[in-house]
Design a protein around this ligand. Sequence first.
Ligand code: ZN
Length: 396
Amino acid sequence: MRRIDLKRANVARPNTIRDINRQIVLNYVRERGPISRAEIAQETALQRSTVSLIVEELKSGGLIEEVSGESTGGRPPILLSLRTADAVAIGVDLGTIRTIVATSDLAGRVLEQEEFPTDPDARQTISRIIESARRLISKNEGTIEGVGVSLPGLVDQEAGTAIFIPHFKWRDLEVAEEIRSAVGLAVTADNDANAAALAELWFGRPEIREVRDFIMVLVEEGVGTGIVFDGQVYRGQSGAAGEFGHMTIGEGAPVACAAGSHRCWEAFASERAALARYAKLKGCPGAAKLDFGRLVCVALEGEQEARLALKETAYYLGLGIANLIQGLSPEAVIVGGPVVRAWPLIAGDVRAAVEESVCRGVLPAHIIASTLGPEPTLMGALSLVLTAKFTPVSVS
Ligand SMILES: [Zn+2]
């Protein structure tokens, strides 16, 4: 049972119940559409007239639309679907190597995207983002409602500030405010792994939507984790929760973590760690500079050294996951990032390392690959805008 927070609780207004019902209907359409008014009424036990009233509201608010279903003889039934005619969100995926700025519809489908190399000078990168966002906003003539930004580091989500981005040594950057004042739309910023976890919760595969507690492990240049607890992203004090990438795994990792340590999980299990192992196996230091996607391709084509480098990295990925399972007992652990393409090669190694390291009596968790595609953090950035439309405003 959750204890009520008296500082945050809103007294139930007459509209509270209506807001909640509105969100229930909207989410039925989102997850189950095309769906009829009658089916929604039946499944939610809301009155038919209440459903119809809410549907009218959602229609005039531009969130859902009517589509015609398949006829079973007579007139085709009128069904409801999310309205996906317009671009409604801009997602900014600021990565350590490149930045993607993209638009999507309400269902999270990417419609258009631009990308450029991330400049180590924060000012340059932010002005390129603003330039792209302005172009996309003016192209879409007033349909874009907000901008979500995914950042590879510590983020104060409420203030929209990047507290520390280790890769570029950026500190206290008011990312959300700078973009907001330039483009005139609401801007939300969050840590990349938290944003990807949010995307997985809302746009991941159907079985994940039923899971209330899971951990997203994002493997990229570093290793980040986003914790979803009771159907929402757990942030902890000032949004810094989930920095498991820096838990100690052992000694003598092949690379240093972003903070310079050779003992952290990301120093053993990141893309950089895999590339360093590959370079060593090949006896060619230059191979460490290879693009990680290329390493995955070579491994999938069957090259022995590439496979070994990925498998050894998978072992350490599993070791860290075992620690998370023992400490937090989630229902599932989802692995995301470009490494997912190599999942058929490494899933067995990850699971074996988990089984070997988890002590007896600990409940097992499903360990699965993300289905968000090669850019889970872009989906995360878009989710920061989109999910606000699907969650009730006044429940706490
Ligand atoms: Zn570290």
